[in-house]
Design a protein around this ligand. Structure first.
Ligand code: ASP
Length: 343
């Protein structure tokens, strides 16, 4: 057998993509990954040697949780030397969370980790899964001068490659299900796959560090006109709470009512980190632009700038898992660690 140009490990976690329809009952069930090339014979034509690992119990991605992120990070760590790239098959519902979490957990990543999935199961005639899977594998194995082109965690969906920690799922019906509102696409697949080279994370010579500690004592406070003091207070004073993602209005604005600011101030003084991101799906927080955000800045709310909600949540979980020093965590929140933030 002639040696292929690249090796890719496919990791199947679950989601619609890996399902086929039972001929008799019409029911959707996960298919046996060992027969992947039977489902998609085109895979044999790629100049890529493919291996696969399937979770014993494939999950709908609504059941995704940090312990599975850790499993994925460990699988990548233990296979890092053996493969040129990795493709993770994942339900689209929480794919952006997993991509964001993995981006933080895999420090100094110098190989592609591409998440993909589909809106229709692979066994259905009109499936979007085949194209997503074939091109994701092609991208994971694509090389230039002997080195893989991509060295970050990405999502490939409907002809576009995105930086994973810049995405969110915005459409539950369309094949084109993801958006990256504040960062350009990394590649587009047409007749050829065109890479946006300037937008890619550059390779480095450092060794991969895999972080496997995650802290999930965090909560979300989404503002709305009429938000109630008692409920706000109960969220901010929850036992064990370490950090809160504050979803504010527009460019990071919030009510200037005294009770509201005092509640936030009290939580911050107790050591709770408050990270301010915008409810808008595009744009960023600029604390101090309006009077309604100056107060937040003054009391020590941290600006999340253009972080997505998914990145804000997973960056906090990751940083809180790494250390206890609040000032260091706040500094890292303001820094661009994996291309998640425009500074
Ligand atoms: N509910 C499914 C999941 O996220 C949808 C999909 O696979 O895209 O697992």
């Amino acid at each position: 057998m002639t040696k292929k140009n690249a090796t890719v490990l496919l990791i199947y976690t679950g989601g619609t993509i890996g399902m086929i329809q039972d001929n008799l009952s019409g029911e959707l069930r996960p298919f046996d990954f060992k027969s992947l090339t039977k489902q998609i014979p085109e895979l044999n034509k790629l100049d890529i040697e493919l291996s696969s690992i399937a979770f014993q119990k494939p999950i709908d991605s609504s059941n995704m949780n940090p312990s599975i992120w850790i499993d994925l990070a460990v699988i990548i760590k233990s296979n890092y030397k053996k493969y040129d790239g990795f493709v993770i098959l994942h339900g689209s519902d929480t794919m952006s969370y997993t991509a964001s979490a993995l981006s933080f957990m895999l420090e100094n990543l110098n190989k592609p980790v591409i998440l993909t999935g589909s809106q229709l199961p692979i066994g259905i005639i009109r499936t979007d899964g085949k194209e997503n899977l074939i091109t994701a594998i092609e991208i994971a194995g694509a090389k230039e001068k002997g080195k893989t082109i991509i060295s970050e965690v990405c999502i490939y969906f409907e002809y576009k490659l995105y930086r994973g920690n810049r995405t969110y799922k915005y459409n539950s019906d369309h094949f084109d299900a993801f958006k990256s509102p504040n960062y350009p696409t990394l590649a587009e697949a047409g007749v050829e796959i065109k890479y946006n080279k300037n937008a890619l994370i550059k390779k480095n010579k450092k060794k991969l560090i895999v972080h496997t500690k995650i802290e999930n004592n965090i909560a979300v406070l989404k503002l709305f006109p009429g938000i109630n003091k008692k409920i706000t207070s109960s969220i901010l004073n929850s036992k064990e709470i370490k950090a809160i993602v504050l979803e504010s209005f527009g460019a990071g604005n919030a009510s200037t009512e005294t009770w509201f600011i005092n509640e936030l101030k009290r939580a911050i003084n107790k050591g709770v980190i408050i990270l301010n991101i915008t409810q808008c799906s595009e744009g960023k927080v600029i604390q101090g632009k309006y009077e309604t955000s100056s107060q937040l800045k003054k009391i020590g709310v941290i600006s999340g700038a253009d972080l997505t909600f998914e990145s804000a949540i997973t960056k906090l979980m990751f940083l809180l898992g790494q250390e206890n020093n609040i000032n260091n965590i706040k500094k890292s929140l303001l820094s661009n660690l994996r291309g998640e933030l425009t500074v």
